[in-house]
Structures are given as structure tokens and as C-alpha cells.
Design a protein around this ligand. Structure first.
Ligand code: IPE
Ligand code: IPE
Ligand code: MG
Length: 259
């Protein structure tokens, strides 16, 4: 294990890491290659980071692979990305099972071409009983789409008299999000030096620690992940409280709860 990995405090790992995998196109352009070459190399980073998270014992990893807005890209890129997605899933599903990784997908699946949806559903089925890392692919996903969808579905429940307006609280809303059942990400990483959220997990990132790195996604490897986690572990997460309050809470908490 690398010295960076060894300096990570294993008792204070984030349960859920979310990553905006950005910079594939610029990585390729700088090498005089087509954008699709960047996406192709990005798959190696996915493999490496999934393995890194599984080794550390991270419970949930969400990867932003394709946004609702990405449908507006040139047709050849969209088709290339869909084909890459399908061939990667086909190749990787046995690896996922060997490593006890469960695949989940969040996003508007109705937008995907039939062949991609079929391949994904098959991978979801094959990995459904795995109990290790939960790998959540955000595909044809956007936070605004998700919230709009949740509001419509809640309104429908009210209309059908299965839910009363007075009963609606944050648990209700969370139940109607695609991430229902997953804890909120504690750490959100974006590669490629862009400082924005780009419609990713708008509700769930409310209190996530944000980490931005100039490294482009095809160059991002376990060591970069370890750096992000070490940075996360240096931060004080206050959730609106004061440092003094947090200190007191730590002092009064029983030892076994003090992580
Ligand atoms: C991220 O890389 C992958 C997807 C959005 C599908 P980009 O394709 O956005 O690469 P840049 O940002 O143009 O370099
Ligand atoms: C965000 O990256 C979406 C994914 C990484 C899948 P974009 O490259 O689409 O985001 P913008 O357009 O730079 O904000
Ligand atoms: Mg980009």
C-alpha cells in the first residue's frame, strides 16, 4: 500500500464519494486526438478508482458519467459514449461480481437507446445480490430533472389520496429521489479544474465537502483519490454549528461513537 494510502484514517472514511469525471475532451485535444479517445482512456480511470474505493472499504461511489445536458453534444460523441458504455459494462460485469460490487444507475433511463438500457438492466440484475461497494452510475442524470420528477410523483400520490400534504417532510422528498436509500455524499470530487456542480446531485450535496483538482479524468488515479480523502479528513464539518459546540459534543460522546 502506498504511503498516502497508509496515512488515511480508516476510521474516518467518507461513506459516500461522488465524482464529476471531467476533462476527457481536453485531455484528448491536447494530445491531438479525437474527444472519444479521451472518453476511452477515462474508462481506465473508472476501473482504477472503483478498485481503490473497494480496497479502502468505501460503501458508495457515485460517478457522473453523462448529464441530461450532454444529450446536446454532437451526435457522433453521444453515440460514441453510448457504445463505450455498453461495451464497458459487458466487459466489466464479471469483474464487478468477482469483487462483490453492486451496480446502480440513477438518471432518466427512458432517454437511453434500447440496446444500452438492456445491457444496463442485465448488469443491474447480475450484480443485485453483491454486498460490497455500491457503484452508482449517474447516466442521463441531472439534479433538476430528478427534483422535477420527484415533485411530479409526490403530487401524483397526493392526488391519489395516498399522501397528505401535511405529511410531506424531507424524508418523503428523499424517498422520491433516485438516490433513495443511499446516504448523502460526504465528499464530492471534480476533476479538470472546473469549479462548478453542473447539475449534479443538487439536493444531496447540501453538506458535502467539495474537492477540485486540475487533474483531468483520464489521468486521475488512486493516488489522486487518496489526496482528496486526506484533504477531506483535515476539514471540520460544522453543519451550521460552531467549532466550540462540536468540541463539546466530542468530549461528551462515548469513545466508541467518537469517529
Ligand atoms: C467528461 O469529459 C465526460 C462527459 C461529460 C461525458 P468532457 O467530455 O466534458 O471533457 P471536457 O470537459 O470537454 O474536457
Ligand atoms: C459534467 O461535465 C457532466 C459529466 C461529467 C458527466 P460537463 O463537461 O458536461 O459540464 P460543463 O458543461 O463543463 O458544466
Ligand atoms: Mg467537461
Amino acid at each position: 500500500m502506498s504511503s498516502l494510502a497508509e496515512s488515511i484514517d480508516k476510521t474516518r472514511l467518507p461513506r459516500h464519494i461522488a465524482i464529476i469525471m471531467d476533462g476527457n475532451g481536453r485531455w484528448a485535444r491536447d494530445k491531438g486526438e479525437d474527444r472519444l479517445v479521451g472518453h476511452f482512456h477515462g474508462v481506465e480511470s473508472v476501473r482504477n478508482i472503483v478498485e481503490g474505493c473497494a480496497e479502502l472499504g468505501i460503501e458508495y461511489l457515485t460517478l457522473y458519467a453523462f448529464s441530461t445536458e450532454n444529450w446536446e453534444r454532437p451526435q457522433y460523441e453521444v453515440v460514441g459514449l453510448m457504445e463505450l458504455l455498453v461495451s464497458t459494462i459487458r466487459k466489466e460485469v464479471s469483474n464487478l461480481c468477482q469483487n462483490n460490487i453492486r451496480l446502480h444507475v440513477i438518471g432518466d433511463m427512458s432517454m437511453l437507446p434500447d440496446y444500452a438500457r438492456k445491457e444496463l438492466n442485465e448488469a443491474l440484475r447480475l450484480t443485485a445480490s453483491n454486498t460490497g461497494l455500491n457503484l452508482i452510475m449517474a447516466l442521463s442524470y441531472s439534479g433538476r430533472w430528478e427534483l422535477l420528477n420527484a415533485v411530479k410523483n409526490i403530487a401524483h400520490e397526493v392526488k391519489m389520496n395516498r399522501l397528505q400534504v401535511e405529511e410531506i417532510d424531507h424524508h418523503t422528498l428523499e424517498r422520491f429521489l433516485c438516490t433513495s436509500g443511499f446516504p448523502d455524499p460526504e465528499l464530492m470530487i471534480r476533476t479538470s479544474g472546473e469549479y462548478r456542480i453542473s447539475n449534479f446531485l443538487l439536493y444531496q450535496l447540501a453538506y458535502a465537502e467539495l474537492y477540485f483538482t486540475p487533474v483531468r479524468w483520464p489521468d486521475f488515479r488512486k493516488e489522486n483519490l487518496y489526496e482528496a480523502i486526506l484533504d477531506f479528513q483535515k476539514r471540520e464539518r460544522r453543519f451550521g454549528k460552531t467549532s466550540e459546540q462540536l468540541r463539546k459534543e466530542r468530549q461528551t460522546r462515548p469513545v466508541h461513537e467518537s469517529i
